[in-house]
Design a protein around this ligand. Structure first.
Ligand SMILES: [Zn+2]
Ligand SMILES: [Zn+2]
Length: 308
């Protein structure tokens, strides 16, 4: 039987309550930029050593955004003692969640209706009302990454994070769990009707591939005439390697390549989007910037065959 967890109204106590319940949390600034990186992980520092977040060995548990998430109650207590106003981030995949994020400001309600008309009514599950009057439908992760978009205003979140109640939305509203305000661990599996077609079989055993290794890159297509084509991993690395001031361009460049490659069926667009957006957030681009840039890349006149 599922027992709800009552969540205190204050952010520091709430963060501890999640950690105690085994939910990994990390601090998110109100402007969504990451908390202090150590010099080895801070790209502005002369001590910076080039590495990807999932390969980090620095041991400083605040580096790299949601990779820092923890259930260590002492650490969580210390984090929120330092920053009592920090919002509470909960990574989706790392907590075993896959989330439908409905944003009414971008047409999410209409898209949700259209989605249900297409695939049927979605099963009930844990619901969170976002501070922006949107909705999170939290399901159990299917164990692999999902295509990112369910239509305008609807994100399928897996390789990312959501804010948890009582975090404060940019509009000033607070996130809250639906019903009596208690958190219920999701017990409903991600709807089969929303799985990519090739995945509509029983879920495979838990992946042993390290995070951020993209299965699609195993197909390394050759460009006619020799040079290697871009893989999702290359595109992610391209963003991670960009210098301050060129990151927007690097992201847009990578997004254009991703759309071109997906159009030729060489990579999975959803997977690429997920990878690129998490790289964008790791280098400090805002979600909305990155989303807008990714979408605008799809309508750009192509220059096919571009390789590095
Ligand atoms: Zn570090
Ligand atoms: Zn690091």
């Amino acid at each position: 039987m599922t027992v709800g967890i009552s969540i205190p109204a204050e952010l520091p106590a709430a963060a501890e309550a999640y950690a105690e319940a085994g939910i990994k949390v990390f601090r998110v600034r109100r402007n969504k930029t990451p908390y202090a990186n150590c010099p080895r992980c801070d790209r502005q520092s002369s001590l910076y050593i080039k590495h990807r977040p999932d390969d980090c060995r620095c041991g400083v548990p605040t580096c790299h955004g949601f990779y820092a998430a923890t259930t260590n109650v002492d650490l969580v207590r210390r984090w929120w003692k330092e920053e009592p106003d920090a919002n509470i981030g909960g990574p989706c995949k790392l907590n075993g969640w896959a989330v439908i994020d409905i944003d009414p400001r971008n047409g999410g309600r209409e898209s949700y209706q259209a989605l249900e008309e297409r695939v049927g009514v979605l099963p009930g599950t844990t619901l969170q009302i976002t501070g922006g009057d949107g909705l999170h439908m939290i399901y159990r992760s299917p164990g692999f990454d999902l295509p990112g978009l369910g239509g305008p205003g609807i994100d399928f979140k897996h390789n990312g994070y959501i804010l948890l109640a009582p975090s404060v939305h940019s509009s000033g509203g607070r996130y809250q769990w639906a019903g009596n305000g208690e958190f219920l661990a999701p017990e409903t599996d991600w709807p089969a009707s929303l799985l990519p077609r090739k995945q509509r079989r029983p879920a495979p055993p838990a992946r042993t591939i390290p995070r951020h290794r993209f299965p699609a890159q195993e197909r390394r297509p050759q460009r006619p005439g020799g040079g290697r084509m871009w893989t999702v991993e290359d595109l992610v690395q391209h963003i991670m390697d960009a210098h301050e001031g060129t990151r927007n361009n690097a992201f847009y460049f990578a997004a254009c390549r991703a759309h071109e490659l997906a159009e030729q069926d060489l990579i999975d667009l959803g997977e690429a989007e997920m990878g690129l957006l998490s790289a964008a957030s790791a280098v400090g681009l805002t979600d909305s910037e990155a989303h807008a840039s990714f979408d605008s890349a799809s309508t750009r006149p192509g220059d096919r065959g571009w390789v590095a």
